[in-house]
Ligand binder design. Structure first.
Ligand SMILES: Nc1ncnc2c1ncn2[C@@H]1O[C@H](COP(=O)(O)OP(=O)(O)OP(=O)(O)O)[C@@H](O)[C@H]1O
Ligand SMILES: [Mg+2]
Length: 240
């Protein structure tokens, strides 16, 4: 766990986000506050269109708030240029998008190598080739898809693709995983296996997980549940 005085890994402070301009402006987030610390597994629940993906995109520095501030590791991010934002993403964050983002012309293993290549290109310390092979095998077997390493995404089921994308999100050992509905294509059993594994990573390696999901089973695995409605965050439960 985090030292009590360490800053949160992620902080949203009075975040507002609107889309559109003038009379057609639609406010999606209306003053959202949320801190996420190492080892926390935060589930973000909320109806379709409530702004869950919007919030994850802001935490991932993929979009900017209309008002308010996103801090990463205690540091404000508003003034950063695109290069600095990209370095922060590569160094600290793992992403799992709502819609499949595997590169179709590359094998599962090659897809896992992409974030490592990007980190290397940015001069960020990351896995060497040998370590990559071992880590990739370990992560893929964690999600039960090691035997699929050399397949193309088109040769996988939807659920297998999701688990491959999840493996890729973890390969650079991020301190925070931003996961948008990662179990949407999984049956109940496999969804719970993914939740369980992420909970274990949170407990054992202090990974912070922020997961948007509609899956009710999350309640048993998340350490904290918040709900998003009418542009506001409400704490639902904390189990520790
Ligand atoms: N780039 C955009 N431009 C305009 N409106 C947008 C944009 N992105 C999202 N929205 C709108 O903002 C609202 C929130 O979208 P968001 O994707 O965050 O919802 P969500 O909670 O993730 O929903 P779901 O559960 O369906 O994934 C929606 O009404 C959506 O249409
Ligand atoms: Mg969404």
């Amino acid at each position: 766990m985090d030292k009590p005085h360490a800053p949160p890994l992620l902080e949203a402070r009075r975040i507002h986000k609107s889309y559109g301009q003038g009379a057609s402006t639609v406010a999606i987030l209306n003053g959202v506050d949320l801190d996420v610390r190492a080892g926390e597994f935060v589930a973000v629940l909320g109806p379709s269109g409530s702004g869950k993906s919007t919030l994850l995109n802001l935490f991932g520095l993929l979009d900017k708030p209309t008002r308010g501030e996103i801090l990463i590791g205690g540091k404000p991010t508003a003034h950063l240029d695109e290069e600095d934002r990209s370095r922060l993403r590569v160094r600290r964050l793992g992403f799992l998008f709502q819609f499949d983002s595997l590169l179709p012309e590359f094998s599962v293993l090659e897809n896992l190598l992409m974030p490592v290549r990007i980190a290397r290109a940015q001069g960020i310390a990351t896995l060497r080739d040998r370590e990559f092979q071992d880590s990739a095998r370990e992560i893929l077997s964690r999600f039960g898809i090691e035997r699929l390493a050399s397949r193309l995404p088109s040769q996988l089921s939807g659920g297998e693709r999701q688990r491959a994308a999840l493996s890729r999100a973890l390969i650079n050992e991020p301190e925070t995983l931003l996961a948008d509905e990662p179990t949407g294509n999984l049956d109940k059993e496999n969804a719970e296996l993914v939740f369980k594994d992420l909970r274990r990573l949170a407990d054992e390696r202090a990974l912070a997980v922020v997961m948007a999901t509609h899956n009710e089973a999350i309640a048993r695995y998340a350490s904290r549940i918040v709900s998003l409605a009418d542009g506001h965050i409400k704490e639902m439960s904390v189990t520790r």
